[in-house]
Design a protein around this ligand. Structure first.
Ligand code: HEM
Length: 179
């Protein structure tokens, strides 16, 4: 997992819960990095999992809800860091249906070692999109948060329903209906 995902996560934890919470979750985790991350580095996903689990234990907020809030923050990082990529799109359904064959393709050019999910478009109309998310990392709520913010970015809203295809969340159907 890319370092930017860790540095932005720890910044958000500091802003919402304070520097003490950052220290607490780092010391409660067994981190090869020792909790020292650079934006361009690459670290084990298990480090993120431990940080999330310990934050969840200390705050009584579920990992899914933490990922949802974190993704909404991460979208503004994307807006600031990759404005050109977003400017390619005029419509949220067009953008979301292009993650797999454009957006994340570009991300992989910037970060060849990025660990990205697979999104398979099942059906698409002007106002609706059904996509299957597949990833061993089961970060579907990170996807949900990015999708919510994608609609907001285009001054729009949508109903987004998640249906787990696999109980462990490694395969999830997203049913998206634009309002
Ligand atoms: C992961 C970039 C749009 C879904 C990531 C990662 C980066 C990235 C850097 C982390 C990879 C790693 O740590 O190895 C971007 C950029 C985008 C974009 C620059 C737009 C310009 C989206 C959108 C979605 C999405 C709109 C909506 C569903 C995900 C998910 C992950 C991810 C779910 C977590 C990894 C996983 O589930 O396996 N993306 N992304 N991304 N992205 Fe994107």
């Amino acid at each position: 997992m890319k370092g930017i995902v860790f540095t932005e996560f720890l910044d958000l934890v500091e802003n919402k819960f304070g520097l003490e919470m950052v220290d607490t979750i780092i010391s409660q985790s067994e981190l090869e990095s020792e909790g020292i991350y650079t934006a361009i580095g690459t670290y084990s996903f298990s480090e993120m999992l431990q940080l999330l689990q310990n934050l969840s234990n200390n705050t009584n907020i579920s990992i899914d809800n933490l990922l949802l809030v974190y993704a909404e923050h991460f979208f503004s990082v994307i807006e600031n860091s990759y404005p050109g990529l977003l400017a390619t799109y005029k419509d949220p359904i067009e953008m979301l249906s292009s993650i797999e064959n454009h957006i994340h393709v570009e991300v992989r050019k910037i970060y060849p070692e990025a660990e990205l999910p697979t999104f398979i478009v099942e059906s698409k109309t002007e106002k609706s999109l059904v996509m299957i998310y597949k990833s061993s990392r089961a970060m579907h709520h990170f996807g949900l948060g990015l999708m919510n913010k994608t609609f907001e970015h285009f001054n729009s809203t949508a109903d987004i329903v998640l249906e787990k295809i696999k109980e462990d969340g490694t395969e999830v159907k997203f049913i998206i209906n634009k309002n």
